[in-house]
Design a protein around this ligand. Structure first.
Ligand SMILES: O=C([O-])C(=O)C[C@H](O)[C@@H](O)C(=O)[O-]
Ligand SMILES: [Mg+2]
Length: 419
């Protein structure tokens, strides 16, 4: 079953002004939609980042994959590496760590690899989770992903979510997300306000939701000392603390004193980071993400490695559309040691933007694992055309949370640590 053609469509969809330690989300989030076609008439879907450098790498790699059989993942991975020629990519926000050569190959490989699972599933008449070893859960739990946010983008009408800049606003946001989606755990994106304010927000969440697991993720906004202080203040309150400080050595220092596990999606983001992290017990939970761990099969390798070293496994998310949600759900369903609810930005999408490619639904905070062949989602061509037009007109070619924040506060700097 040979690849005959690959199309890559950059798309943009609306994004609220969500705050993080690098700045604030711009009005449009970018993604790329990848379609892989075969000589047997079966096509598959993948979804990835939409930044200009990444799009360029995807477009350079695609022709080198034409002619390969869809089962040749090892050869496909090698071809990606050859085309990229040992150069690493970059991103401006740095929220998923520094890009290495190996990590860049895995990022570029991922959407093509996911599309081949979709194809193989369709050809066999089986859902992707079956091909990954079979689902161990019928539905994949996701967490309510809370953000501090402005009422709306400056100069625009307030959005449907309203402002959240203090504990009361965060609790109100959680109440709404939980009422609408039924989430059974909560993650707060921190690193925005001074740590004591974020500790207060977590305590307010604990009071409002006494039984739900909580997490806090400041994306390395704190020094080692501040991280240890916050960790002590949240003893028994959060299930893990995510990327409190910068780097494997810093995380290791914090981990030695923190009463709860530390998690990361910033400093163990490629296979080459695992050994140095294990050597100093820097993190006890790794957030996997098939978009940068090299697709579904390599994410399963990560899961086995974590199991071997007794490291917990959770799942990370950036702003994404439905193809990603489907791939995340199949992968999580077929990963027995994924023991935490996964992150997802999906609820932040507007309803008219999530019709691509046929929305999956949340039931009691979980996405039922699709049982139809492949990923189980269909591309909505009208929605794709609309989102592609957004990309052409939105004026954004690269995610830049810091640059966008500086438009409103020219003195703003991305500091690690800030506190
Ligand atoms: O867990 C994380 O670090 C993330 O989800 C990174 C994201 O880029 C998030 O911070 C965001 O979208 O602002
Ligand atoms: Mg994180």
């Amino acid at each position: 079953m040979r690849i005959t053609d690959i199309t890559i469509t950059p798309v943009a969809f609306r994004d609220p002004p969500l705050l993080n330690s690098a700045g604030v989300h711009e009005p449009w989030a970018l993604r790329s939609i990848v379609e892989v076609h075969t000589d047997e008439g079966v096509s598959g879907l993948g979804e990835s980042y939409g930044d200009i450098g990444h799009l360029d790498r995807l477009s350079r790699v695609a022709p080198a994959l034409v002619g390969l059989d869809v089962h040749q993942l090892n050869v496909m991975h090698r071809r990606v590496a050859e085309v990229l020629g040992g150069k690493s990519g970059d991103d401006r926000h740095g929220l998923t760590g520094k890009l290495t050569v190996e990590g860049t190959v895995d990022r570029v490989f991922s959407p093509f690899e996911v599309a081949t699972w979709d194809i193989r599933g369709k050809a066999l008449g089986r859902p992707v989770s079956d091909l990954l070893g079979g689902a161990v859960r019928d539905a994949v739990p996701y967490s309510a992903y809370l953000f501090y946010k402005w009422a709306g983008h400056p100069g625009a009408e307030p959005d449907q979510w309203g402002e959240a800049v203090d504990p009361a606003g965060i609790v109100a946001q959680a109440e709404r997300l939980i009422a609408e989606y039924g989430f059974g755990s909560i993650k707060l994106k921190g690193g925005v306000f001074p740590p004591d304010e974020e500790i207060a927000a977590i305590h307010a969440l604990r009071e409002a939701f006494p039984t739900l697991p909580l997490r806090l993720d400041p994306n390395a906004a704190w020094s080692v000392e501040t991280s240890i202080r916050v960790a002590e203040a949240l003893d028994g309150v959060v299930e893990y603390l995510e990327d409190p400080t910068e780097g494997i050595p810093g995380l290791s220092e914090v981990a030695a004193k923190a009463p709860m596990p530390l998690a990361t999606n910033m400093y163990v983001v490629a296979f080459e980071h695992i050994a140095p992290s294990v050597a100093v017990d820097a993190v006890q939970v790794v957030l996997s993400d098939h978009h940068y761990w090299g697709g579904l099969s390599r994410s399963r390798n990560l899961a086995s490695t974590c199991e071997t070293f007794g490291i917990g496994l959770s799942m990370h998310s950036n702003s994404h559309l439905g193809i990603s949600l489907a791939a995340m759900t199949h992968l999580a369903a077929a990963t027995p040691n994924l023991s935490y609810a996964c992150d997802t930005h999906y609820p932040w999408n507007r309803e008219d933007d999530v019709v691509l490619p046929g929305a999956l639904t949340f039931v009691d905070g979980a996405v039922p694992v699709p049982t139809t062949p492949g990923l189980g989602v269909e591309l909505d061509r009208d929605a794709l055309a609309r989102l592609a037009e957004n990309y052409r007109t939105c004026g954004i070619v690269q995610r830049d949370d810091t640059g966008y924040m500086q438009k409103f506060d020219p003195t703003y700097e991305r500091l690690r640590p800030r506190w």
